[in-house]
Design a protein around this ligand. Structure first.
Ligand code: HEC
Ligand SMILES: [Cu+2]
Length: 316
């Protein structure tokens, strides 16, 4: 089934695997329609036909069993199930076995963002892949159970702590597709919404060289810092409003603020402290808050850190 635009049930097909999966889905759905009609049709028809007509009518009918009918309604559905199983198993194997030589990207999930790590060492918060090339994602979680889902690619898998899982896909053409987390992983679960950018082979190489998420040209550090604040999902836990408490404290007036850690130590929120809070959040936990902040070590580089701090400085 070729259905690039999507249908009532399914989103557009944007990967090479989508068509075979949709065919199987359509087959199962068609069987459902037929059996739905038979079962509900018969339920209505028979309840009318054999309704109680007289007050003294016996409740039990004297009709005996029919070997032919019983054989038919056992054997036909059984065969349909066998077909679904064999077909489903073949599709399952194909979807779960990445082709040899697939390009590997490592994925780390955490509350509440994704980190995509490429073979040249760079890390991004959106996913960048070339069109027409098989890509294998090897995934792990830093904290709780998440689930990686790209509906347009028909790709979905749990992402767990202490265990690697993987999916693979080959994107058909340049474009953008949505990434969701489909496992309820806490308060800002819906904030794990990100984008897959499918680029042509040449554009991919050029962008990778420059850094997919390097500082956009012509953007000042403050504006970039503001972008990074949502890109890395800081917004899920840190408000920009004065005194507003989310999972963590507000960034409003943070720079230069004096505070106390859970251990009772005093601190001043200078560059050093902010850097440490982001890279090693457990070193100093703010009093009155749970130690719930994930580390961004290896994700946020020096330029990005400077941009984030520049942005924070404007919040007063
Ligand atoms: C899952 C929730 C969560 C996310 C996401 C998160 N933080 Fe935090 N953050 C916290 C919590 C909770 C605290 C307070 C406890 C602590 O210090 O570890 C905190 C503390 C901080 C502090 C110290 C605040 C103070 O008042 O002293 C800074 C700075 C900070 N986070 C920066 C960031 C940045 C920048 C990001 C995004 C790159 C981020 N956080 C993402 C939960 C989060
Ligand atoms: Cu999640």
């Amino acid at each position: 089934m070729d259905n690039k635009a999507g249908s009532f049930w399914l989103p557009p097909q944007a990967s090479t695997n989508a068509a075979e999966l949709d065919e199987l889905f359509a087959f199962v759905m068609d069987i459902n329609y037929v059996f739905f009609a038979i079962i509900f049709g018969m339920t209505v028809y028979l309840s009318v036909k054999y309704r109680r007509r007289r007050a003294d009518q016996m409740a039990t009918s004297d009709v005996d069993h029919s070997l032919l009918w019983e054989g038919a309604w056992t054997f036909i559905p059984l065969m349909l199930c066998v077909v679904m199983f064999v077909w489903g198993f073949r599709v399952f194997l194909h979807q779960n076995t990445a082709p040899e030589g697939a390009m590997q990207i490592n994925v780390t999930a955490q509350k509440w963002s994704w980190a995509f790590n490429y073979d040249d060492g760079q890390t991004t918060s959106d996913l960048y892949v070339p069109a027409g090339r098989p890509v294998k994602l090897v995934m792990k979680s830093k904290d709780v159970l998440h689930s990686f889902y790209v509906p347009d690619f028909r790709v979905k898998s749990d992402v767990m702590p202490n265990r690697y899982t993987s999916v693979w896909f080959e994107a058909l053409a340049p474009g953008q597709h949505r990434i969701y987390c489909t496992e309820y992983c806490g308060k800002q679960h819906s904030g794990m919404y990100r984008t897959v950018h499918v680029l042509s082979e040449e554009e991919y190489a050029a962008k990778k060289q420059k850094g997919f998420e390097g500082k956009p040209e012509g953007l000042d550090p403050v504006a970039w810092g503001k972008q990074l604040y949502t890109k890395y999902g800081c917004n899920a836990c840190h408000s920009l409003k004065e005194g507003e408490r989310l999972v963590g404290p507000s960034f409003w007036g943070l720079v230069g603020r004096e505070g106390v850690t859970a251990a009772g130590e005093k601190y001043v929120a200078d560059e050093q402290y902010i850097n440490e809070s982001i890279m090693e959040p457990m070193a100093k936990v703010v009093q009155g808050y749970a130690p719930a902040m994930p580390s961004f070590k290896g994700q946020i580089d020096d330029d990005q850190m400077n941009a984030l701090i520049a942005f924070m400085k404007t919040l007063k």
